[in-house]
Every structure is written in structure tokens, then in C-alpha cells.
Ligand binder design. Sequence first.
Ligand SMILES: [Zn+2]
Length: 197
Amino acid sequence: MRLAQPLENLIDQLLKLPTIGPKSAQRLALYIIKQPPQEAKQLAEAILKARNNIFPCSQCGYLTDVDPCNICRDENRDSSVICVAEEASDVIAIDRTGFRGKYFVLNRQFHLLDNSRLDNIDIKPFTDQLAAGTVKEVVLALNPDIDGEVMSRYIAGIAAEQGVKVTRLAHGIPVGGAIEFTDEITLRRALEGRKEF
Ligand SMILES: [Zn+2]
């Protein structure tokens, strides 16, 4: 049996969202249409407003509604340390740890099996900052997968050309994890990042 067309349309739209499967899409759609019209309107407006008013900061790439973003404007942050991350959500996670340097966000996931695509990534604001000579350390915080590795090496090469120190997060074994089940890359990184006991 088919659902009413407007309901089907809503389900189809929700299905396009990441992590939402058919059952979740149906549940969300039914929930939305049971809400008072004002609630549905607020949801629709919030989506449009966010979509239309949020953009990557021209200096660091963090998602913002003012340019430069509040992180770039913050004079209490240490501009000599730049942490390179893939997504704005990574910045939020890293900032929660108390990191108070600046960031450069790439805003994309990588599928970089061919090196040629590296040149398509716009990192000019980042290289400009390095060229200005105020940056002393670049912290690589890209995801520990093959693409993150390729990108990390690419960025490390650029930083090295400018004589800037490059560090990266010491990816370790997760708390509660077992060494025997830890993949090779993680284990190697954990060894590389070992500290005096
Ligand atoms: Zn910014």
C-alpha cells in the first residue's frame, strides 16, 4: 500500500540524510506531521536559515555566519599553532579538550587514491598564513585512515617547505580497547606517540 504522496516525498527527503534508513525516515516523517504546524514550520525554517547563512570562514574554513569566524577573531588564542582538521565537527571535539590555538578546516572527506586530486583542495588561506611567518607549529588532526595519511603528508610537506614544525595527534589505543584487536595503523601510531612512563 502506498502512502499519501506528500508523506512519501517527506520520507524520500529524510532518506537522503546520512545514517537515516527507511524505518527511521518513516518514523521521523510521521513524527513531523503529528506536530503542530508551528513546530514543522520552525524546523523547515531552521534548515533553510542554516543552509543559507552558514558558510566556511574565509581564513580557517570553520563553519560560521560571520567572516572571519569567532575563532579567528579570538585574540586570546595562540595564532602560532594551527591545527588542521577535516570537518567543523572535529574542531568542536578538539576544542573541547582545551586546545586554544587556531584551526584550518578542510571541510571535506578525502578519497585520494590518485594524487592529482590533492591540487583541487583549496588550502591557499593556510599557505598564506604559513608564508606570513607567524606560525610556529602545525598540528595534524586528520582521520587516521589512508586518505588522512595522504593528506597529512601533503600538508606536512607544505609546512616543511616554510620551515614550520609539524606534529600530529598521537593516535592511541582507545580506552577499554584490547591490543590484540587494535588495527596495525593504530598500534603503530600508538608506539610512535609513546611517552615516558
Ligand atoms: Zn575562521
